[in-house]
Design a protein around this ligand. Structure first.
Ligand code: SF4
Ligand code: SF4
Ligand code: SF4
Ligand code: FES
Length: 348
């Protein structure tokens, strides 16, 4: 352990921490765009810079290791002024689109501009003028809103391990893009949407997003029902409708999802979805109560078993059920019905 001082507060921390980690552990909030505790520290955006006594420049706190006796200020006048300058430079090349931007309300650029009182483009220089890439079926990319934090690229490389995107061009024209600007659809992107979940601004957005603002939705934690991994989800629910999905943090998925968990939720409110059992009477399907449906199933199964024996049955269960449901299903077939004809769709 080493000791240092942050904003006048004496802090004990492990020697292998960064200044940002030590500050956060002490409850001191430092703004970040490119930092993500799952990724290798990168130091791209500089918004997390701090003042360290005896150091000439303002180092990025997310890449600077702590050292014994450091005296750090996270919100001194000099630091705040530097952050305002960084935000002004970002705004000078950003569409001031917050009124209608889908990210409004959960955008770090918007939040920090509010916090640091940066309102407008004071430089009036050239701006990006890139075409929007809507070629991926699930999400779209507006390079004009990209702040080049490179989080999406690192998530795709380091966590998703696909490497579909990178930084194109250099200098003013640097932006996240696809090889040879071929468009997302033509890369090896698997549409997991993990870059979309990580983007701190509105450059990467889901296409199927229904209109909502963050303060209009309740967040409901749940477990993805698509497979047995048990990824944690945060559903955004507006007036009883799921309007978006964010990956949950921590075990087992650590903020990541696959394409199904991230984007495949329109079935929840789909008109074709069955909400009550249907029973066929005289060749026509009609709605029935659960009691009526179960009684009919039991009756037909008893008749079939009496006529043809237990091996006339076969049960096929689903990877979308929980382990416990699958256990009960095979128990039902083996112990109650009396057949070993039971299998699982995952063996396809
Ligand atoms: S990305 Fe953020 S700052 Fe940019 S227009 Fe959208 S809400 Fe505003
Ligand atoms: S959707 Fe997934 S695979 Fe495609 S670019 Fe984003 S992180 Fe990479
Ligand atoms: S698209 Fe988003 S996450 Fe990727 S570099 Fe641009 S701002 Fe950062
Ligand atoms: S958060 Fe530290 S440089 Fe971006």
């Amino acid at each position: 352990m080493i000791s240092l001082t942050i904003n006048g507060q004496k802090i004990l921390t492990e020697h292998n921490k960064t200044i940002l980690e030590a500050a956060e552990a002490a409850g001191i909030s430092v703004p970040t765009f490119c930092n993500d505790k799952r990724l290798i520290p990168h130091g791209a955006c500089r918004i997390c810079l701090v003042e360290v006594e005896g150091v000439k420049n303002l180092p990025a706190s997310c890449t600077t290791p702590v050292a014994e006796g450091m005296v750090i200020r996270t919100h001194s006048e000099r630091v705040v002024q530097a952050r305002r300058e960084i935000l002004s430079l970002l705004l000078s090349n950003h569409p001031l689109d917050c009124l209608t931007c889908e990210k409004s309300g959960k955008c770090k650029l918007q939040d920090y501009c509010y916090e640091y009182d940066v309102k407008e483009d004071i430089y009036g220089g050239e701006k990006y003028n890139f075409p929007i890439d809507a070629s991926n079926p699930f999400y779209q990319y507006d390079p004009n809103k990209c702040i080049v934090c490179e989080k999406c690229v690192r998530v795709c490389n380091e966590l998703q391990c696909t490497g579909a995107i990178g930084l194109n061009e250099r200098g003013f024209l640097t932006h996240m893009g696809t090889p040879f600007e071929m468009g997302m659809k033509h890369t090896n992107c698997v549409s997991c949407g993990n870059c979309v979940s990580a983007c701190p601004v509105g450059a990467l957005l889901p296409k199927n997003k229904e209109k909502y603002r963050l303060w209009q939705v309740a967040t409901v934690k749940t477990t993805c029902a698509y497979c047995g991994v048990g990824c944690q989800l945060e559903l955004h629910v507006k007036e009883d409708r799921v309007v978006a999905i964010q990956p949950g943090e921590g075990s087992p998925n650590d903020g990541l999802l696959c394409v199904k968990g991230k984007f495949g939720y329109s079935f929840i409110h789909h008109n074709d979805r069955l909400k009550t059992p249907l029973v066929r009477k005289n060749g026509e399907l009609r709605e029935a109560s659960w009691k009526e449906a179960y009684e009919l199933i039991v009756e037909k199964m008893q008749q079939t078993k009496a006529t043809y024996g237990a091996d006339a049955f076969a049960g096929l269960t689903s990877a979308r059920c929980t382990n416990e449901e699958n256990y009960l299903f095979q128990k039902l077939f083996r112990a109650v019905i009396g057949t070993n004809n039971v299998d699982h769709c995952a063996r396809l």
